[in-house]
Ligand binder design. Structure first.
Ligand code: G6P
Length: 770
């Protein structure tokens, strides 16, 4: 850059100097010309005016008088010299430097004496410059000679030299001024923007995408198009580098890590001719109206992430309740559509429910009955006979749909999701004994006493035992289930192999801890870290410390308990007042149910109470965001937070804890309820009893005061756990185990009669190989 500047300045100096010298040269020439013309005019006038007096002196014909007169006139006119020549051009009288007269060329005098015309010429010797003017002396009508007047022309050279001198100073001033302006302009318009472009690119190269502000692109003026181009190239490079790095990491970590691609390839290879059918209440794609348009949205659900790669790879079928307002308008005559809409690879079959069915089956039996029954959160389950009837009808409806979809598929694989469809395994198995059926129970299974509250527990267990494989998150839920089966049904359970035999059909019960996707973990390592100030500023707030909570608005999540713990923390450690803000994202959920409406009121009242107690104009202890936030929004909060607080009163797994870990860069603190399934895997979190307000407040305090090294070590261990035990591994293991089950007979059409014998996988080693 320095060299460039020097060369630019040099070129400018030379250029400006050449131009200035040339212009001065012509200026001097013009000036000289004017001076010479002026001198000539004056000299001719002077010489002509002397002619009568000389002629008079000549008439006297006395040489001495003529010489005296010439000398006098020379002095009077202040001429350099004055000479009188006769008709032959011979000098007859002169005054002035003799050497000059003797060196004068003959030309002018001859012209005058021979042709009678006045003439002039400039001449010089070593000492003098002069103008020689020769005019005819005219007496009696003939030319007797010439008068020569020499006028000093030395001043013309002096004046020219002065003009050169002044121009030199001007040239120097110009050069300095123009060079300074140029350097300033180069710096201002070229170097500064270029430096900023280079700095942006450097930050991009280092992966600090967040620091490359949008606004700064305006400052780059004429470079912004280039900057944008190069930036997008840099971003591509960063992505490529991230992909290569994660590829290398995965290779380094060996075959432990499951990816969507590996899951798809594995399923394609191992499922053979068996087509896969997934059944769930929630659908993976919903058509809803947005303004005047119909849009297709993916409900935020980890399930879609995990199951979709399998369905895509094997062109499977997903049967689910069509709950979107525009769903009916977007299916064919068989209630099917190909999804994902922009890249169709598998079939979604929609099941339609009436409003009454939805109320009885979903709101009533599933969410007012089974949900509080299975979660020990002290909300009383409500069981209505009418809801139970609806539940049975809707399960049959799902069964009809899935059986219809499977009719041309031999030995299908059926993967049923959750507590909404507990009767489905038996219904499917009865119609298609050749099907391999698995159900995954996404919520806890309580102890037999608690489950015994349900008036239809036997029917539910019978329905579930139609499955060949029953999955829960953790071993405790498996054991609770087998204990319940033992207590309620006439059956045989085997705790060693974790099986339950009922009417000749064997169901294997196994834990499969569900998890989050791997992709986001890999992306996060390279992604920008959002500024906490920016996120809070959107709500007009500022805080030094950010605690985050993300949940559905559900009474099992312990939201009120967690807020109360934050209130206690502020009371016991006033230092955090005006410094700590707890952001609670609470997505509205099951809003037609009274217990949920009640919770909503209690949460809002608690937030209001705490805020009124402590808030200042710029600060609030609690910010409640009551809406469904998309994945990217939630992730920004996860990454900006110092600590994530998960205080579920009871939870099958709790994916928020794992999402938080997945979103971090090896730093951050997780405070986690020990009543979640995730607590088993995430032992490096600060485990709390959410009912113990003092204990939660103390854990939050401990987390916020924890040293960097400890925080990092804990988070690194948790990240590794989540990375290795991701959702792809969950799907691969469960479906792999289902395939491994040896079904010795497939002749049973009714679980009430002799059914197929299912042999569980032989050992853990066999499972790992799968
Ligand atoms: C729980 C269940 C899931 C269910 C989710 C959302 O996490 O375990 O199976 O998908 O809640 O519930 P919703 O009633 O909105 O489908």
């Amino acid at each position: 850059m320095h060299f460039f500047r020097m060369r630019l300045i040099l070129a400018l100096v030379v250029g400006i100097t050449l131009v200035s010298v040339a212009s001065t040269y012509f200026e001097v020439l013009a000036h000289k010309h004017i001076l010479r013309q002026d001198l000539q005019r004056r000299a001719v006038q002077k010489a002509t005016s002397l002619v009568p007096e000389i002629e008079l002196a000549l008439a006297g014909d006395q040489n001495a008088k003529l010489s005296a007169e010439v000398a006098r006139l020379r002095t009077r006119e202040a001429a350099l010299g004055l000479g009188v020549y006769d008709a032959q051009g011979k000098l007859v009288a002169s005054a002035g430097p003799v050497a000059v007269f003797s060196a004068l060329p003959r030309g002018p005098v001859d012209k005058v004496t021979q042709h009678g015309v006045e003439t002039s010429a400039f001449g010089h010797d070593a000492d003098d410059q002069w103008l020689e003017v020769a005019v005819p002396l005219n007496t009696g009508g003939h030319v007797p000679g010439a008068l020569v007047l020499l006028d000093d022309a030395g001043y013309i050279r002096t004046e020219s030299a002065e003009v050169w001198g002044q121009s030199f100073l001007r040239i120097v001033a110009f050069v300095v001024l123009i060079a300074a302006v140029t350097v300033f302009m180069v710096r201002w318009f070229l170097l500064n923007p270029m430096t900023r472009v280079a700095e942006r690119l450097r930050r991009l190269r280092l992966g600090h995408i967040d620091e490359v502000g949008e606004d700064s692109s305006k400052e780059l003026s004429l470079f912004s198009p280039i900057a944008r181009e190069v930036e997008s190239m840099a971003e591509n490079l960063i992505e490529a580098r991230a992909a290569a790095a994660s590829e290398a990491r995965l290779r380094d970590e060996g075959a432990h890590i499951w990816t969507a691609e590996r899951l798809a390839a594995n399923m394609q290879e191992r499922s053979g001719s068996s087509r896969i059918f997934v059944v769930s209440n929630r659908e993976p794609y919903t058509h809803v109206r947005k303004g005047r348009e119909t849009v297709c949205i993916v409900p935020p659900s980890g399930l879609v992430t995990a199951i979709e790669p399998v369905l895509r790879a094997c062109d499977g079928v997903w049967v689910a309740h069509g709950s979107g307002s525009e769903d009916k308008a977007n299916v064919d005559e068989f209630d099917r559509l190909r999804v994902p809409p922009d890249d169709p690879q598998y079939t979604l079959r929609r099941v339609w429910l009436s409003a009454e069915e939805e109320t009885g089956y979903y709101d009533g039996f599933a969410n007012e009955g089974l949900w509080p029954l299975c979660h020990i959160a002290h909300t009383r389950p409500i069981f209505r006979a009418s809801d139970w009837e609806c539940y049975k009808e809707v399960n049959k409806k799902f069964a009809v749909a899935v059986i219809e979809e499977m009719k041309d598929s031999p030995n299908p694989t059926v993967f049923i999701q959750d507590y909404h469809l507990a009767l489905l395994p038996q219904l499917v198995k009865a119609a298609r004994p050749d099907a391999r059926v698995a159900i995954f129970w996404h919520i806890p299974w309580p102890n037999p006493e608690a489950f015994g509250i349900c008036p239809w527990q036997a029917e539910l267990l019978d329905g579930l035992l139609g499955a060949d494989l029953i999955g829960f998150h953790i071993p405790l839920h498996c054991n609770n289930f087998l204990s319940t089966v033992d207590r309620v049904l006439e059956s045989r359970t085997d705790r060693e192999h974790m099986t339950a035999s009922r009417k000749g059909h064997v169901s294997t019960v196994h834990p499969y801890p569900v998890s989050v996707a791997l992709d986001s973990m890999q992306k996060n390592r390279e992604a920008k870290k959002p500024s906490r100030d920016t996120l809070l500023a959107e709500f007009g707030l500022h805080a030094e410390t950010l605690v985050i909570g993300v949940d559905r608005m559900d009474y099992t999540k312990g939201i009120v308990e967690r807020l109360t713990a934050i209130e206690l923390l502020l009371e016991e450690h006033p230092w955090y007042q005006e410094r700590l803000t707890m952001v609670q994202i609470a997505a509205p959920s099951r809003t037609r149910i009274a217990s949920y409406l009640d919770l909503h009121r209690r949460v809002e009242m608690t937030v209001e109470r705490i805020n009124q107690r402590y808030q200042t104009p710029q600060w609030k202890p609690v910010l409640l965001i009551e809406r469904q936030c998309n994945h990217e929004e939630v992730e920004r909060w996860y990454r900006a937070a110092d600590l994530c607080l998960v205080t579920s009163l009871h939870d099958g797994m709790n994916l928020v804890a794992k999402e938080f870990v997945a979103a971090r860069d090896d730093d951050g603190v997780l405070v986690l309820s020990k009543f979640t399934g995730a607590a088993i895997e995430l032992g490096d979190a600060l485990l709390v009893n959410p009912y113990d307000t003092e204990g939660v407040a103390a854990a939050v305090h401990q987390g916020l005061e924890m040293g960097y090294t400890e925080r990092r070590t804990r988070m690194q261990r948790m990240r590794r756990q989540v990375m290795e035990h991701n959702v792809y591994r969950w799907a691969a293991t469960l479906l792999g185990d289902l395939r491994e089950l040896r079904m010795e007979s497939s002749s049973v059409a009714d679980p009430g009669h002799a059914g197929p014998i299912v042999v569980p996988p032989k050992s853990n080693a066999a499972r790992k190989r799968a």
